[in-house]
Design a protein around this ligand. Structure first.
Ligand SMILES: [Zn+2]
Length: 555
C-alpha cells in the first residue's frame, strides 16, 4: 500500500494517476504504516514506511546545499535517462551533485536527477521533479510534437513501479492489459470524403487532381511509390469526368466495403460528420471554409446501416461539439437517430479541441472522446496508451489517438514513405506490448482509394497487430473495458504480498474481456540498475461474486 502526501490542489491529479497506475494506495493517514510513503509536497515527514519517495522539482528541507535547480523552458523539456528510455520533464527539475546511487540522470549533462539512499532500516528516494505537476501537464496541455514518440506518462509509472520493486517491495497492480491479450487495438476511420462526385472544382477535387497527376510523378521519381501506383492514380484522374457524369464508379464511395473486407473478423469504429456545408467554429471565429464537409450523416444512412449490421461502431465526427455543448447535443442526436445506439462517442473533425472541451463534450452527452492526438505527428500527446478521465470531466473518458495516416504520409506533415513509416509503427506496437493500454489508429475513409492508395501500409499494419495478440475492439468497447478497470477496488484488509481481494462495480460490459491481477515481486536494490522485468505473476480476476482472491498469485 502506498500512502500519498500531496497538496489538496493536486488531489484530483493524484486520483487520476492511480487510475492509470492501478495499485493499492490512499492519501497518507498519520499513524498508519505503509510500505511506500510518496511525498509530493515539501512537508516535514516522519513516515513509517519501508520506502519514502520524495518527488519535488525545487530544493526542499530534505536536500542539502548540493542540489542545483534547473527549469524546463516551454517546449524544451529537461530530458532524463531512465535505463534506455528518455523521460522529458516539462516543469522544474532539480539535480543533485556529489556521489549518489543515481536512479535518473540528465541526458545532456549526466547529472543525477534522482537517487536512492539508506535511512536506517528503510530506503529514501529523492526524485528531482514534481510527479503530479508533470502528470497534470500531460493530461491537459500534452506534449509538444517533438516529444510525440515518448510514452512519458507510462514511463513515469514504470519508473515508480521499478523503484518500489527494486527496494524489495512487492507491487500488486491491475495492469492496463485485458485478460487473454497483450494489449488493445482500436481501429478507427474518420469519414471526411465519402464521395468524390460531391466535389466539383473545389479545393478537394483540385487537390486530388494535383496529387494524382503531379504528386504521384514526383513520388515515383523519389522512389516513394511504385509505377503501378502512379498508373492507378493517372487512370483515376482520367476517369474523373466520367465519375461526374455518372458513367464511371465513384472510387471514394465504397470505402466501407473495402474496410470491412480488410478488417475481416476485427472490430472498428467510423466517425461520421453530422451536418453538411458547415465549417463550424475555430479557435478564432469561423473555421476555414475548407473544413465544411460535402455530406451529412443522413446522406450516408445506407452506409451507416451497413456498418452497424456488420457490428461496427458509428460515432460522431464533431463540428462544434468541442466548443459548444448545445451544438454538440444536436450533433450527437443526429448520429444517435441514425444508429439507434444509446451512447455515442466523439472524435472532432480536424482534431479541434480546447481546454474546455472535455466538460463541454460531457455536458453534450458524449460517451467518450477520441480527439487527443496530433495532426502533424504520430505518438502520445497525453504521454499514454491508456484511456483516461480528463481532470475537468466527471464521467467522460478520453481515448487518445496515436496513429493517423495523413500525419504519416502527407508531405507537409511527416511525409514518410511506406518503408519509412514501418519502423515507427513497429516501435509503437512494441510500446503497446510493453506498457499495455490501447493503440488507437485512424485511417481515413478515402485513404484506400486513389490518390492516396495507402491500403498496403494499412494491411501490413493489421497483419503485424494480428500477430502480436492484440484485442481489436470498437472505441466504445475499449472505453467500457477501461471503465471496468476503473471500477475495480482493492479491499485494503485483504492485501498480502501474494494475494489481494478486488471488487468490481456491476455494469453491462458484454463482449469486454476480463481484468488481471499482477504481482511484481520485490527484489534487491541492485536489480533496479539492471532493469529486471522478471518476477511477475498474473492471475485473472473473476467477475462472479464481484471479488477475488487469486489463489496462485505470488507462489
Ligand atoms: Zn475529419
Amino acid at each position: 500500500m502506498i500512502g500519498v502526501i500531496a497538496e489538496p490542489a493536486e488531489h484530483d491529479v493524484v486520483r487520476e494517476f492511480f487510475e492509470l497506475f492501478k495499485t493499492p494506495w490512499e492519501f497518507y493517514r498519520p499513524g498508519r504504516r505503509y510500505e511506500v510513503a510518496l511525498c509530493a509536497a515539501d512537508l516535514p515527514l516522519q513516515a513509517d514506511a519501508d520506502l519514502v519517495v520524495v518527488y519535488c522539482g525545487r530544493r526542499t528541507h530534505f536536500d542539502d546545499e548540493r542540489s542545483t535547480l534547473l527549469c524546463a523552458q516551454p517546449g524544451i523539456p529537461n530530458v532524463l535517462s531512465f535505463h534506455e528510455d528518455s523521460i522529458p520533464i516539462y516543469r522544474n527539475t532539480v539535480c543533485f551533485t556529489g556521489t549518489r546511487n543515481s536512479l535518473l540522470t540528465l541526458e545532456a549533462s549526466k547529472e543525477c536527477a534522482a537517487y536512492l539512499a539508506r535511512n536506517g532500516a528503510s530506503w529514501f528516494a529523492r526524485v528531482g521533479y514534481d510527479l503530479f505537476a508533470e502528470v497534470r501537464a500531460l493530461l491537459t496541455a500534452g506534449q509538444p510534437s517533438a516529444q510525440a514518440h515518448l510514452p512519458t506518462l507510462d514511463l513515469h509509472i514504470a519508473f515508480l513501479r521499478q523503484l518500489i520493486v527494486g527496494c524489495g517491495i512487492t507491487v500488486a497492480e491491475i495492469p492496463p492489459v485485458p485478460e487473454g491479450f497483450r494489449f488493445i487495438v482500436c481501429l478507427t476511420h474518420d469519414v471526411d470524403h465519402p464521395s468524390i462526385r460531391e466535389h466539383k472544382w473545389d479545393h478537394t477535387m483540385l487537390g486530388f487532381l494535383y496529387r494524382a497527376l503531379f504528386g504521384s510523378l514526383q513520388n515515383l521519381v523519389c522512389g516513394r511509390i511504385s509505377l503501378r501506383t502512379l498508373l492507378t492514380n493517372w487512370a483515376a484522374a482520367l476517369k474523373l469526368p466520367f465519375v461526374h457524369l455518372g458513367i464511371a464508379k465513384d472510387f471514394w464511395r465504397d470505402f466501407e466495403e473495402q474496410y470491412l473486407a480488410l478488417e475481416y473478423g476485427l472490430a472498428s469504429t467510423f466517425f461520421v460528420i453530422p451536418f453538411k456545408n458547415n465549417p463550424g467554429l475555430g479557435m478564432e471565429g469561423k473555421a476555414p471554409r475548407l473544413r465544411a464537409a460535402t455530406y451529412g450523416a443522413r446522406d450516408i444512412a445506407d452506409i451507416i446501416s451497413k456498418l452497424a449490421a456488420a457490428g461496427r461502431e458509428v460515432g460522431l465526427h464533431g463540428i462544434d461539439a468541442w466548443c459548444d455543448s448545445e451544438k454538440g447535443r444536436l450533433e450527437l442526436e443526429e448520429v444517435r437517430q441514425l444508429t439507434a445506439a444509446s451512447q455515442i462517442g466523439v472524435r472532432m473533425h480536424w482534431l479541434y479541441y480546447g481546454p474546455q472541451s472535455p466538460a463541454l463534450l460531457e455536458k453534450a452527452g458524449a460517451d467518450y472522446d477520441s480527439t487527443v492526438g496530433y495532426n502533424e505527428a504520430v505518438g502520445y500527446r497525453a504521454g499514454t496508451g491508456q484511456a483516461y478521465k480528463p481532470l475537468d470531466a466527471e464521467r467522460l473518458l478520453e481515448l487518445p489517438l496515436h496513429v493517423m495516416d495523413t500525419a504519416l504520409f502527407y508531405g507537409a506533415r511527416m511525409g514518410l514513405s511506406r518503408g519509412e513509416a514501418k519502423p515507427i509503427l513497429k516501435q509503437m506496437i512494441e510500446n503497446a506490448g510493453r506498457f499495455g493500454g490501447c493503440l488507437t489508429i485512424n485511417w481515413h475513409d478515402r485513404s484506400l482509394a486513389p490518390e492516396r492508395l495507402w491500403d498496403a501500409s494499412y494491411l501490413e499494419l493489421l497483419q503485424e497487430l494480428r500477430e502480436q495478440g492484440a484485442w481489436f475492439a470498437t472505441a466504445k468497447h475499449v472505453v467500457s473495458w477501461f471503465r471496468k478497470r476503473r471500477s475495480a477496488v482493492f479491499e485494503p484488509d485483504s492485501l498480502t504480498p501474494s494475494a489481494a481481494c478486488v471488487s468490481l462495480a456491476p455494469g453491462d460490459r458484454k463482449g469486454v474481456p476480463g481484468l488481471r491481477l499482477r504481482f511484481h515481486q520485490g527484489h534487491t536494490f541492485g536489480s533496479f540498475i539492471e532493469q529486471d522485468s522478471g518476477g511477475m505473476v498474473d492471475s485473472p480476476i473473476s467477475e462472479n461474486a464481484g471479488a477475488v482472491v487469486p489463489s496462485e498469485a505470488g507462489k
